[in-house]
Write a protein that binds this ligand. Structure first.
Ligand code: ATP
Length: 237
């Protein structure tokens, strides 16, 4: 079963083409990485997958469901941890999680228990009653991931999950994401950190100027792209 099937995705903003005919598949259970420089089209691709951006041409399927025609069912399967914080600043951390489940029609004791469980798992229990502006940067990052997991998505998409996060927390997040993937969640991650993709992802796609320019097994891709000749010119002073 494919978790994600993208066929000829095009996204234009007016006359500007942000995504220019991208196609790739992600099988269920994979940990997949999307790399590329600033402005390459990674977030636009992700926004098209989760329904935040209306696609111009092409098609996207999540677990066989078309995100345009079967959007309601498709969206229940995918959780997004976005690059930018978009929390309600008047809600407590715990309520942010509980409200998120509410958007998916889930409520009651089980939802409250899940929120408490995720707060514990992400080390946020002591902050449960605070508003998000009182959290540190790393805590906010953890909260975006916890929120994306509230309705137990089969596919988790993380848009630069460790941007601005210290080394210790990054290692902690990596180990958590690995565990989540082992438990069966398919994960797609965008990052600027090559070592992060190398550490976590079994395959990597590289996007440049809206096109997919490489898609390989991580080991092969890193082997090919990091071997460089270094020339040193030695002069006597
Ligand atoms: P980064 O690594 O910096 O997050 P990215 O690969 O995620 O970059 P996108 O955010 O997808 O890049 O942007 C791709 C291109 O589309 C950029 O040139 C950006 O300015 C443009 N773009 C994105 N959103 C819009 C929008 N709503 N309207 C017009 N142009 C947009």
């Amino acid at each position: 079963m494919l978790a994600l099937h993208i066929d000829g995705l095009v996204k234009r903003y007016g006359d500007f083409t942000a995504v220019d005919g991208i196609s790739f598949d992600v099988p269920e259970g994979e940990f997949f990485g999307l790399l590329g420089p600033n402005g390459a089209g990674k977030t636009t691709t992700i926004n098209s997958i989760v329904g935040l951006s209306k696609i111009t041409a092409g098609s996207i399927k999540l677990f066989g469901l078309d995100v345009t025609t079967d959007w309601r069912a498709a969206r229940r399967l995918v959780g997004l941890s976005p690059q930018e914080y978009n929390f309600d600043r008047y809600l407590s951390i715990r309520d942010i999680l509980i409200y998120q489940a509410g958007y998916y029609g889930l409520h009651g004791k089980a939802v409250r228990a899940r929120a408490d469980d995720l707060l514990e798992r992400f080390g946020l229990t002591s902050k449960a009653k605070q508003i998000y502006t009182r959290l540190s940067g790393g805590m906010k990052r953890r909260l975006t991931i916890a929120r994306a997991l509230m309705f137990e998505p089969k596919l988790l998409i993380l848009d630069e999950p460790t941007a601005g996060v210290d080394v210790e927390l990054r290692l902690e997040l990596w180990s958590f994401l690995r565990e989540l993937n082992r438990e069966g969640t398919t994960i797609i991650l965008t990052t600027h950190y090559l070592e992060e993709a190398e550490e976590l992802c079994s395959r990597i796609g590289i996007i440049e100027a809206g096109k997919l320019v490489a898609l390989e097994a991580t080991r092969k891709l890193i082997g090919e792209r990091t071997l460089q000749d270094v020339f040193l010119e030695l002069t006597r002073r």
